[in-house]
Design a protein around this ligand. Sequence first.
Ligand code: FES
Length: 125
Amino acid sequence: MIPNLNIYQTVEADQVSIWFKAAPVTKFPANGGACVKYKDKQIAVFNHSREDAWYACQNLCPHKMEMVLSRGLIGEEGGEPKVACPLHKNSFSLKTGKHLNGDLSPITTYPIKIEDGFVYIGFSE
Ligand code: FES
């Protein structure tokens, strides 16, 4: 089944209407990612501990419509944080969602914050 892409829309920090309490920070590996579910969405959350930064984006890779981005490798390219899909290495900016090594559709990125040891992801509803 091909997931409904319309569920993914770019969410800017000033559009957030709900901060979803995802999980304690200890549930996310250092310099790695994990998947959390919010309603019908799968969200990849990355603890970029080398940079002391957190990122959230859709878990769906737009290349082959696989829910795999949370298992991707994180790094940076020209100062831009990125995730590389574990299947065929397409890379996406974790800030803008832009496909960095091709012309696939951008992925949706979500605002994220840490409060009292918990990870919160921002959604607009
Ligand atoms: S499925 Fe992600 S790069 Fe191919």
